[in-house]
Design a binder for this molecule. Structure first.
Ligand code: SF4
Length: 341
């Protein structure tokens, strides 16, 4: 819940509204995992709330730490469902990649997360608790999270209301006090929800998973393209830029001899030139269940230089945490297979 929602809840339970602000702070600043931790509350209120609204927090099932510090966490929620969260080291500090759903309904052909479909939405609290858990892990390294990417398992814009409450919680000074400018929300291209996000006016960065520069190829890789083809998606990206003043990042996964040829690079340049954007080329992390191969380094560099010829900022994503199950959804999938072979 947001601070306002908590104030209303406490009021409805017969307590003063300011107890809501206190609860918010104890949840996210002091990481209380039981009401008895909230030392500023009278005993009667702690007991009452514990009976009415039991507090639950994420717990660790497994973690993997790569040599570069990349840390992948598999976390369990109160109903036993599991979710992945990844901590990524950068020059400026750490970012966290937050999941927004258990599984995913979008069915992208290259993705481990969508293999078994969407199980359920995450609540705003379950998303915020991934950030809190990440901070607890990082505190042992004298570090903390300074950027958030809502880019883990799930399609965040398919969980719009919880996403918006999550953004409010992490932005709140009594929460994580993170600037919206340090938060990136990704989407596979849900055009109506992109409009809602733009109209909210929040200056977050939007990362659009493009992965193909024409409809025929994109449709093969991403079923969402049937409902929202490029002729709808690209104008909505322009609208987002015009409305928020923020540039759009286009994510482009490079799959050997599928979407990484010179013709595709030129099509991409034509498609996204002319408005503030950035293209992020992503080397493919093989997933056993999918047939694709990573593009060789020279094809990746050739692709990048063609896109740059169009005056577009284009970088190749650093490969972090290579020795761990680095692709999204792989840890959850492997753990599920071990639990139920
Ligand atoms: S790539 Fe993202 S949107 Fe597509 S299936 Fe995977 S988690 Fe869902």
């Amino acid at each position: 819940m947001t601070p306002k929602e908590l104030a209303a809840l406490l009021e409805s339970e017969g307590a003063p509204r300011f107890r809501g602000a206190q609860l918010f702070e104890w949840l996210w600043r002091h990481h209380a995992d039981h009401y008895r931790n909230i030392s500023v509350w009278p005993e009667k209120l702690r007991q009452h709330m514990a009976e009415r609204y039991p507090l639950t927090r994420l717990t660790r099932v497994e973690s993997q730490v790569a040599h570069d510090g990349t840390t992948k966490l598999l976390l369990r929620m109160a109903d036993g469902q599991r979710v992945e969260t990844v901590l990524l080291p950068h020059r400026y500090g750490y970012s966290v990649c937050v999941s927004s759903q258990v599984g995913c309904a979008m069915g992208c052909k290259f993705c481990a997360s969508g293999l078994k479909g969407r199980v359920r939405q995450l609540t705003a609290g379950e998303m915020a608790d991934q950030v809190a858990f990440g901070n607890q892990v990082l505190s042992e390294r004298g570090a903390k999270i300074s950027r958030i990417d809502v880019m883990g398992i799930g399609e965040p814009l398919d969980n719009f209301d919880n996403l918006m409450r999550f953004l409010e919680i992490v932005h709140d000074p009594a929460g994580f006090n993170l600037s919206y400018r340090h938060i990136t929300v990704s989407t596979s291209g849900l055009v109506p929800a992109m409009k809602k996000l733009a109209d909210s006016g929040l200056p977050v960065t939007l990362a659009v998973s493009l992965h193909a520069p024409n409809d025929a190829l994109r449709l093969q890789l991403m079923p969402v393209n049937r409902a929202y083809p490029l002729a709808k998606l690209i104008p909505m990206c322009r609208y987002f830029v015009e409305t928020t003043g923020r540039r759009v990042t286009f994510e482009y996964l490079l799959l050997d001899h599928v979407n990484d040829g010179e013709a595709e690079a030129h099509q991409l340049g034509e498609l996204v030139r002319g408005f503030p954007s950035h293209v992020n080329l992503i080397p493919w992390n093989p997933v056993d269940e999918h047939p694709f191969q990573p593009s060789p380094k020279e094809r990746v560099r050739r692709f990048q230089s063609i896109v740059q010829e169009y005056g577009i900022s284009c970088t190749i994503r650093r490969e972090l945490g290579q020795e761990i199950d680095a692709a999204c959804g792989q840890l959850r999938l492997r753990e599920e297979e071990q639990v139920s072979p």
